[in-house]
Design a protein around this ligand. Structure first.
Ligand SMILES: NC(=O)c1ccc[n+]([C@@H]2O[C@H](COP(=O)([O-])OP(=O)(O)OC[C@H]3O[C@@H](n4cnc5c(N)ncnc54)[C@H](OP(=O)(O)O)[C@@H]3O)[C@@H](O)[C@H]2O)c1
Length: 393
């Protein structure tokens, strides 16, 4: 849920009145009288990010009662964030007039980590300096500051040894990989799963969690002009057993190889995970043992999943879907436990970061720079996930 109404009590005009002129010109984030000067990337209508996103400034009054003020540390740009802004995602951004505008606006972004910098007298269990992540989608995380209530936040109980970028990216992709590996098939150590989009955030998390739990993985990535061997080696270094291209997975040679790898089916491929769609899903499903599950969680190619009926009738393959937002809403305690577990693995060096492209966001960062970073997210063959990293101002 988004920060609630009546939290942003002062407009920019009000803060200007409160500040001596000299201070205004310095444009510091923490203003006189405890007001925070916040900036956020917002939309007032749905559309292509480059057309609808703009930088908006507003001020936040000191928190009282149940309110907390947080300062964001790191917020990733996930594919779903773009789809949400485009209006092709099941949940819409949270529009509000509470950020000092006459028409409703919504802050982009759904994932991130923030530090509590001030709290009202009634807030219990969260202290200044604590790191928090968002409990649910729709908070709006592409912002320097927010004011909200504790029920929207999940405190990180132990942030020792962790970087903000690691905590800010834990709650979507690793959770998705974790639940898909655990909730559809009771995979035994030594058994296999097959996935596409294997170099995505989710795919990399699945490789690593699968390896830690003793599962073997066949990882499908898109064929690329250059850097193919490097990518294969990179995924193998995470624990991938096999990495193939979307072309190779179709071949007779690969089918024979799978027979060999699975010991003639005695260590079967019982789970598939798909974030690409199209005919590739059919090619992957052919490697599944009878009564396996293929879980779809994304549609990066924008192609529908197309399947021959024989897979349903004769092999009894089940085709499922997974949406981490629904899971998070329905299982808040389990989410906290999973987040804690993955962060422990990260701290112990057992769970490696995804490649990231940090976009530094300071008080003076230009709108164009931020919007371009968002717009570029759906371009393929990227070297890392874009992540806003906020400066301490
Ligand atoms: N259902 C859920 O709960 C849930 C949760 C998290 C993520 N997701 C979905 O999972 C997918 C991956 O998300 P992420 O955050 O892990 O991604 P990411 O780290 O941003 O990586 C994007 C992935 O998509 C691939 N890709 C991009 N354009 C493509 C295209 N036209 N055809 C095929 N593949 C393409 C990229 O491959 P290349 O390197 O070859 O371009 C890369 O593997 C997205 O669809 C996202 O919405 C769903």
């Amino acid at each position: 849920m988004a920060p609630s109404r009546a939290l942003y009590t002062s407009s920019r005009t009000a803060i200007r009145r409160l500040q001596p002129l000299g201070l205004q010109q310095q444009r510091r984030c923490i203003s006189a009288y405890g007001y925070e000067q916040a900036k956020c990337l917002v939309i007032d209508k749905l559309g292509e990010p480059k057309d609808v996103l703009r930088l908006h400034g507003h001020s936040i009054s000191p928190p009282h009662g149940d309110l907390l003020t947080v300062r964001f540390l790191a917020s990733p740009i996930n594919p779903a964030d773009i789809n949400q802004i485009q209006g092709v995602y099941p949940t819409k951004p949270t529009f509000t007039k509470d950020l000092g505008t006459s028409e409703p606006i919504a802050v982009g972004g759904n994932e991130g980590v923030a530090e509590v910098i001030a709290k009202g007298g009634n807030v219990k269990g969260i202290e200044r300096g604590d790191w928090v992540i968002m409990k649910k989608q729709g908070f709006g995380t592409w912002r320097t500051h927010a004011q909200t209530t504790a029920d929207n936040l999940m405190p990180i109980r132990n942030k020792d040894g962790l970087k903000a970028e690691q905590v800010g990216t834990v709650s979507v992709n690793p959770m998705t990989a974790y639940r898909m590996l655990k909730d559809f098939v009771d995979l035994k150590p030594g058994e296999w799963f097959i996935q596409n989009g294997a170099n995505s955030g989710v795919g990399r998390a699945a490789i690593q969690l699968g390896r830690l739990w003793g599962y073997k993985s066949i990882n499908v990535v898109r064929k690329r002009e250059s850097g193919m061997e490097e990518l294969k080696n990179d995924l193998k270094s995470l624990g991938a057993d096999v990495v193939v291209t979307d072309e190779e997975v179709e071949s007779k040679e690969f089918r024979d190889q799978v027979k060999e790898l699975t010991n003639g089916g005695r260590e079967p491929v019982r789970l598939g995970m798909n974030c690409v769609g199209g005919k590739l899903v059919n090619s992957m499903a052919k490697h599944l043992a009878p009564s396996s599950h293929m879980v779809t969680y994304g549609a990066m190619s924008k192609q529908p999943v197309s399947l021959p009926t024989g897979l349903l009738i004769f092999k009894n393959i089940s085709f499922d879907g997974f949406w981490v937002s629904r899971w998070s809403n329905e299982n808040p305690e389990q989410k906290e436990a999973c987040v804690t577990e993955v962060l422990d693995m990260t701290r112990q060096g057992k769970f490696r970061d995804i490649p990231m492209q940090p976009i530094k966001w300071d008080y003076n960062t230009k709108q164009e720079e931020l919007v371009n970073a968002v717009q570029g997210t759906l371009e393929g063959f990227r070297s890392g996930k874009g992540i806003f990293v906020f400066g301490k101002t």
